[in-house]
Write a protein of this length. Sequence first.
Length: 295
Amino acid sequence: MGYFFIWKSLRGRCCCYKFNDGDRSALYFEVEQGKTSHQAFQHLIGFMSLNRRKFLVVLGAITGAAALGTLPAACQPISQTPPEDQSSESGDTFQLPPLPYAYDALEPYIDAETMRFHHDKHHAGYTKNLNAALNKHPQFKKLSDEDLLRQISTVPEDILITVRNNGGGYVNHKMFWEIMSPDGGGEPTGAIATAIKETFGSFEEFKQQFNNAGSKRFGSGWAWLVLDGEGKLKVTSTSNQDSPLMEGMYPIMGNDVWEHAYYLKYRNNRGEYLTQWWNVVNWQEVNNRFEKAKA
Ligand SMILES: [Fe+2]
């Protein structure tokens, strides 16, 4: 026995997870233009992070899609019963968001194994550690994740380093998955394209500055395009998991230059990773973030 849940991703993709009873393995299906791909999905983290309200939405999606006949045969729900321990992590303040695409969707630029460990281990770890720290000072659970970083100076000393590192890691990676796409790459579009040209002179000049920020970051960190406190675009970088939000700036887009983001495929060649990463940049989402920040 098992069950499925599906949802429509932000980019209009129909995704379907099949979970097997009795263990935490599952199969992942992404339905795109009538094709179904699947691969092992080893952890129930994405599902376990769903709260009950979302789960009911999922059941509605299953029922609706099945009624419309839009699901492939392999994705017909066979049970709508959640596992007994479904609620074990639903009380956490911050939830690990599922990847909006399959682990191998960004191949050949980012390999599936890197994506699996990056999301299921590293991002999951930041999420777990952040929630554990906030349990010691629950008044901070009222803040949004971004506001928590904006107000990092008010966080008590005993959890400050943990929240700084893991709260930054949580928010940074939430953005990171969304600003990449298997349909990404090419040149920017929309308002961000105009703003980049006005600020940097050309897209190529912007890319060079951004890549320099990433290659010159010693050790682990991020390269960023931010909107600064005066509403101007700027290229910068941060160390570790520090976020521009901690410095009064808004991260429009960022590239993760920790070795865990590229070492399996690119080894020590961070420069090549930085160059190839542009092939997966989701400009639509970057533009969404820009327009939201400007509003
Ligand atoms: Fe990372």
